[in-house]
Design a protein around this ligand. Structure first.
Ligand SMILES: [Zn+2]
Length: 257
């Protein structure tokens, strides 16, 4: 599952925007969980998923989706919804990361630390193990490099005692060994673009989109004009403004807020 700190809030957003998101099964599971926690029966929730699916995709075939929706409800019954306000990164942890040689390895260490803290909350017996997929870790860390270089970075982090590997041969799990109590340096509330958040913390030209909250690079940092939205949201916001202005010209009321 993609990491979401507040699953109910996330599900509510998807219901409101009638969106299946990039991973429909994950969305359906979270929407099911949201309804189950609102005390609807299993049967009611199953029906609500049909409705939600059709709201997102009016042409979807219910029989084709039936198995997926059944499974989403079963999964929702099995797991508790995740609700985490934020992950705290301490000053000693940040110093340890900042001392690493190389920009990418710092972003990787920061991302692994966030993930270890996240999994510790989700599973208190987790003991700082990170179970996320390699490709997902690299995406969150905003690192795009060869597998060889990725392995080298893990090797280096292991050498300086910041991570440990699972002994199992068929398992690439990593344990983070530098969780240190201390004064809070930063609170992470969004697991998208953790690498960029690390860079933003250190004063590099990144910003938080006012619409969706994702941290992205400033298009033109020297320009001075303050950028408000990420690329995707800028297109969406411009479209809504255009529709509203057409509605106004025709004497109608605003379609979007
Ligand atoms: Zn955005």
């Amino acid at each position: 599952m993609t990491i979401v700190l507040n699953e109910h809030e996330w599900a509510r957003d998807m219901i409101e925007s009638r969106s299946l998101g990039a991973k429909p099964f994950e969305t359906l599971s979270r929407v099911a969980k949201y309804y189950i926690d609102k005390d609807y029966s299993k049967k009611e929730v199953r029906g609500m998923l049909d409705t939600f699916l059709l709201q997102c995709e009016p042409t979807a075939s219910l029989p084709k989706w039936a198995e997926t929706l059944d499974y989403a409800v079963a999964r929702a019954l099995k797991y508790d919804a995740i609700k985490i306000d934020g992950i705290e990164i301490t000053k000693p942890e940040m110093e340890r990361i900042d001392a690493l040689e190389g920009k990418q390895i710092r972003r990787l260490a920061f991302t692994l630390l966030c993930l270890a803290k996240y999994w510790d909350i989700v599973n208190p017996q987790g003991d700082h193990w990170v179970n996320s997929k390699d490709s997902e870790i690299m995406r969150m860390a905003n690192i795009n490099t060869s597998i060889k270089r990725q392995s080298l970075m893990y090797f280096n982090l292991n050498e300086v005692g910041m991570v440990q590997f699972s002994k199992k041969v068929d398992n690439t799990n990593v344990r983070v060994c530098f969780i240190t109590p201390g004064e809070t340096a930063m609170v992470v509330t969004d697991f998208r673009n953790l690498g960029y958040q690390y860079l933003k913390y250190h004063g590099e030209p990144y910003f938080e989109c006012q619409n969706c909250g994702i941290t992205t690079k400033l298009n033109d940092p020297v320009k001075g004009c303050k950028q408000k939205y990420c690329k995707e949201c800028a297109v969406e916001v411009a479209m809504k403004q255009r529709v509203n202005s057409v509605m106004r010209q025709r004497g109608g009321s605003k379609l979007f807020n």
